[in-house]
Design a protein around this ligand. Structure first.
Ligand SMILES: NC(=O)c1ccc[n+]([C@@H]2O[C@H](COP(=O)([O-])OP(=O)(O)OC[C@H]3O[C@@H](n4cnc5c(N)ncnc54)[C@H](O)[C@@H]3O)[C@@H](O)[C@H]2O)c1
Length: 338
């Protein structure tokens, strides 16, 4: 099988590329990535010389390039991760989100149609469903109406609608997955878990938005990769699958406390900062459909996977220390006024 992976140099994309090449060594994989601030070719150093792997630096909004790639590389399956992915950045400036997440997805869909792609798998987020209240027992499922509340979530929701429309209108064989918050190796240190781990290791304070009582459903990135694998091989076209993790109701502040505990530090490193505007209180995902239909379930217990993640950041300090300079520093100052 020949795959075109978009955004494969980012956090989830690079984990997926490594996972796929190891599990399916006979497949050909082309990784198209623009290498924005979030893309890091170092994540893929171990496969650089793999004859079945090819990296192409380019933009998913470039119609000529994506058409040529799908044609010349005889692509069967597109796995579309490329996106602007950080809510805080979307609040500072929505424009790249509109371009990459909406126009980029449209450009890929057009090329997929033209090149008779056998499967277009689109990676989306649970943030398209909006926010639950803290005391709610509700979970998002495949029938939950869309209610995006940040420019990031709205751009992803638009992309999901386009993907579905290409199935309904043109019979493009698509599948969509909406997953919860991922964590694990190669996670860019602007997001909560890697930011907390790396700041604690550097002896710095960990900024916590508002009261810290924000609840997410945490998914270990390796479990996300196995879910996408199941959808590509066994998923029904035109269908959406929600993917979630093994956490029950854990708040951001409790996650930071767990990380402090693993590293052996105390709570004096926690610092409460001004809240994010429109901050969604809670996301919770019902992943029973993918479980029933495709037999998938997350394998990693949250505490065990968090420990593995902390260990990875302890062992790979060079990786994140390089990132926490330059452009990242400017962003951090702007966001947290520190
Ligand atoms: N990280 C999460 O917790 C999470 C949760 C739910 C859904 N998602 C979705 O999963 C996907 C991957 O997320 P991530 O956390 O790995 O993101 P990321 O920001 O780490 O990586 C995104 C990658 O896309 C590339 N990219 C950006 N714009 C591009 C363009 N115009 N053309 C080509 N490449 C471009 C970047 O260089 C980067 O390598 C995204 O679609 C995101 O919306 C992520």
């Amino acid at each position: 099988m020949n795959l075109l992976v978009t955004g494969g140099a980012g956090f989830i994309g690079s984990n997926f590329v490594l996972y796929w090449l190891k599990k399916y060594p006979e497949d050909m994989l082309v990784n198209l990535d623009k290498l924005t601030y979030a893309g890091n070719p170092e994540n893929l150093k171990s496969v650089e010389n793999n004859p079945n792997y090819k990296f192409v630096k380019g933009d998913i909004c470039d119609a000529k390039l994506v058409n040529k790639l799908m044609k010349d590389e005889s692509i069967d399956v597109v796995v579309h991760f490329a996106a602007e992915s950080h809510v805080d950045r979307s609040i500072l400036d929505p424009s790249p989100f509109i371009k990459t997440n909406i126009v980029g997805t449209y450009t890929l869909l057009e090329a997929a149609l033209k090149n008779k792609i056998k499967r277009f798998h689109h990676i989306s987020t649970d943030e398209v469903f909006g926010s639950l209240s803290l005391d709610s027992k509700e979970k998002f499922n495949e029938k939950t109406p869309y209610n995006p509340r940040s420019p990031y979530a709205a751009s992803k929701a638009s992309a999901d609608h386009l993907v579905r429309a290409y199935y309904q209108t043109y019979n493009l064989p698509v599948t969509i997955s909406n997953c919860s918050n991922n964590f694990g190796p190669y996670h860019f240190p602007e997001k909560l878990i890697p930011l907390a781990i790396t700041n604690i290791l550097e002896g710095k304070k960990v900024p916590i938005y508002g009261d810290g009582l924000y609840v997410r459903d945490w998914l270990f990135v390796e479990d996300h990769c196995t879910a996408i694998d199941a959808i590509i091989h066994k998923g029904r076209t035109g269908e959406t699958y929600l993917i979630g993790g093994m956490t029950e109701e854990i708040s951001n502040i409790d996650i930071v406390r767990k990380i402090l505990n693993i590293i052996g530090k105390d709570e004096s490193q926690i610092e409460f900062v001004k809240d994010r505007p429109g901050h969604d209180r809670k996301y919770s995902v019902d992943w029973s459909k993918i479980n029933k239909e495709l037999g998938w379930h997350p394998k990693h217990d949250f505490d065990e996977a968090l420990k593995l993640t902390v260990e990875w950041y302890v062992k790979n300090q060079e990786w994140w220390k390089k990132i926490k300079t330059g452009e990242y520093l400017n962003y951090y100052k702007r966001q947290y006024n520190r």
